[in-house]
Write a protein that binds this ligand. Structure first.
Ligand code: NAD
Length: 350
């Protein structure tokens, strides 16, 4: 990979590196854009095959955060950090790396605000919070916002309701059938909210106890994980894995709408066009699942829970705007979402 070519391609931005051979710290902070405000984005602490893979991951995800913040009208730019996890990492070394990362974040003077992501936890955010104020998602006992997943579920429901309004012309969900893939933290709360609104649920999960909970509490029907794509339903809600909208699964779908919390649902960007060709309304994931981010960012800025709830509710209007514009311009919804985010950033630059 030519680093600068890739940076040009993604319209970067800043790249910050910090290494320490003694502790094994290999840290990257990729700040994509600061136009709308300090850049916000999680910290991944996972193993990578190569340094190129780690840098690419940080850069790709950092750019995604710029779009996510812009489409939800948050006063933030986008960034992502990566801690390349050393092989055979022990607990002591882990703590050293997290502490050094906290100092690294602090040295960027607030241009980057970190948060939890794959391989990091609330406890890590608490620790980082001892080194810097530029951290989201600390535990409530450390003055943080706590678990965002119930809020994420509310945002998914609002995005889904907008798609129902657009596609089915309905203001309520009563009697509709929603198939949920993955009833973990977000999927469970979504199931609860939908059940309260009269929705018939079909659920699947690789964890049987999560399925049982929804069957018992909400009278959900359950199917095997590989059967969820073919469920005859109004809405398919992917709340587990990325890349599940692909050449193999799209022909199987028997739904009018796809709206769920999972990140990066489209295996490739062209798959939103494939959904459009099949007449399926795709509610773009990075708007649908943005409420967790909205909640922790609003908490961080001291805006308060009322303002956060208002912003989360705004997912409905933005989703409707996207669906209407995509329809008018005959373009896939993912494409139009990116366009609107880019227009907002450009307007701020101008
Ligand atoms: P989670 O781990 O609590 O839940 C995911 C569930 O999916 C688990 O119960 C898991 O057993 C299940 N699962 C895994 N593989 C599966 C498969 N092949 N088929 C069916 N089920 C499977 O995670 P979560 O916090 O609920 O997040 C769910 C998705 O939403 C993830 O993609 C996450 O990145 C995204 N997301 C979450 C939040 C949040 O606030 N938690 C915010 C934005 C995006």
């Amino acid at each position: 990979m030519d680093l600068f070519d890739y940076a040009d391609e993604l319209d970067y931005g800043e790249l910050h590196f910090k290494v320490n051979p003694e502790t094994g710290l290999h840290a990257i902070v990729a700040i994509h854009d600061l136009t709308l405000g300090p850049a916000i984005g999680g910290c991944r602490f996972i193993e990578y095959d190569t340094t190129d893979d780690a840098i690419r991951d940080a850069m790709r995800l950092g750019r995604g955060m710029t779009y996510k913040a812009a489409i939800t009208n948050l006063p933030h730019g986008g960034a992502k950090s990566v801690l390349a996890r050393p092989k055979n990492l022990d607990a002591h070394q882990r703590v050293e790396i997290i502490d050094e990362f906290g100092e690294f974040v602090d040295s960027l003077d607030g241009d980057y605000i970190t948060a939890e992501d794959s391989g990091t936890s609330v406890e890590d955010m608490n620790r980082i919070g001892e080194k810097t104020d530029y951290v989201l998602g600390r535990g409530p006992d450390k003055g943080g916002s706590g678990d965002p997943s119930p809020h994420t579920a509310t945002g998914v429901r609002r995005g889904l309701e907008a798609a129902v309004k657009f596609d089915l012309g309905r203001d309520d969900l009563d009697g509709l059938t929603v198939a949920i893939q993955g009833v973990g933290a977000v999927g469970y709360h979504l199931a609860k909210q939908l059940h309260e609104r009269g929705v018939n649920l079909v659920v699947t999960d690789v964890d049987q106890s999560s399925v049982d909970r929804c069957v018992e509490e909400f009278g959900a029907e359950s199917v095997e994980p590989d059967e969820i794509y073919g469920v005859d339903c109004d809405i398919f809600a992917p709340c587990a894995l990325g890349a599940i909208l692909n050449d193999g699964t799209i022909p199987e779908l028997k739904c009018d709408i796809v709206a769920g919390s999972a990140n990066n649902q489209l295996a490739e960007s062209r798959h939103d066009a494939q959904l459009m060709e099949r007449g399926i309304t795709y509610a773009p994931d990075y708007l649908v699942n943005a409420a967790g981010l909205i909640y922790v960012a609003s908490f961080y800025s001291g805006e308060g829970s009322e303002a956060a709830a208002e912003r989360i509710d705004g997912i409905y209007d933005t989703m409707l705007e996207i669906l209407q514009r995509a329809d008018a311009e005959n373009k896939p919804t993912g494409h139009v979402t990116n366009q609107i985010a880019e227009e907002r950033i450009q307007a701020a630059r101008d």
